[in-house]
Design a protein around this ligand. Structure first.
Ligand code: MN
Length: 288
């Protein structure tokens, strides 16, 4: 099982220096994997990232949230086309990195919608995701759709919706659960994981306020216990955002209005120990 950290814990600047720094800090904090933010895959320096990953012995995944202009759940053919192009570019970057996972809000804009998703929009989204996943599969990359809360998308807000969304897709598209979003939308942290046992391919670990793990209201004991019950072995990736370190494009979309921490190195090291400690403790369930 790979334990990882979202790249925006380290820096919001994904230029050459930022990439090198983020990869190094990820390794120093004790993680196995870095999740690169690929909001703009055309400008991402995959060569620098690949070299840094090799130097530090890490692997990478990639995530993004689409925008209004690239919203594949829209009824506007131009936006749907632009979204598919952007997702294909993200797949190309990840193939260059030897990565195995593309995840995040890859099925709609990452935005507070003012109306429910439409049937035609969701059909557009599913058709694009299935085509992108097919290309990705040829490069050995799994695409997973992140269930997010109602303020960040109107398409997938619960694990049940995500299971329905991916049903029948070929190649199989995975479900990506995030404890921060689950804490807002689900009825608990245990049953949705068990019910998604066959589709779960990617996990984000975030606290209820997106700050230090263990200082909010997320029921991590139940969540990690559920991961153990289904023998989950995909990536488990820490995600946290502070106005101390954040990409300008995300600040507005995620509502990061205040500092929850200033020292990313301390925060990351703490999260690495927190996640590994919970996983170790839950592995003792086999004795019960
Ligand atoms: Mn997340």
């Amino acid at each position: 099982m790979l334990i990882g950290c979202h790249g925006l814990v380290w820096t919001g600047q994904y230029n050459e220096a930022g990439i090198r720094r983020a990869v190094e800090q990820t390794r120093v904090a004790g993680f196995d994997l870095i999740e690169f933010p690929l909001m703009d895959p055309t400008t991402f320096d995959a060569g620098t990232a690949r070299a840094a990953l090799d130097e530090h012995g890490l692997v990478a995944s990639g995530s993004l949230g689409l925008s209004e202009a690239t919203d594949i759940s829209s009824e506007d053919p131009a936006a749907v086309r632009a979204g598919e192009e952007l997702l294909d570019q993200a797949v190309d970057v990840l193939a260059e990195l030897g990565s195995r996972h593309l995840c995040g809000i890859v099925y709609s804009a990452m935005s507070k919608y003012q109306q429910p998703a439409t049937e035609r929009g969701v059909a557009n989204s599913r058709a694009v995701v299935e085509r992108v996943a097919s290309r990705a599969a040829q490069a050995g990359i799994q695409v997973s759709v992140e269930v997010t809360n109602r303020y960040e998308s109107n398409v997938l807000n619960t694990a049940r919706q995500a299971r329905e969304y991916v049903t029948g897709m070929d190649p199989a598209v995975g479900v990506h659960l995030d404890t921060y979003h689950m804490n807002i939308e689900e009825t608990g942290m245990f049953a949705p994981v068990l019910e998604t046992a066959h589709q779960l391919r990617y996990v984000h670990i975030g606290e209820s306020h997106r700050g230090y793990l263990g200082t909010g209201s997320v029921d991590f004991d139940s969540f990690f216990k559920a991961l153990r019950h289904i023998d989950y072995d995909g990536p488990v990736v820490f995600e946290s955002f502070s106005s101390a370190v954040v990409s300008p494009t995300l600040t507005g979309a995620l509502g990061i209005w205040r500092n929850l921490w200033e020292n990313g190195a301390e925060l990351g090291a703490h999260a690495n120990v927190f996640i590994r400690g919970h996983l170790t403790a839950m592995s003792s369930l086999r004795h019960h």
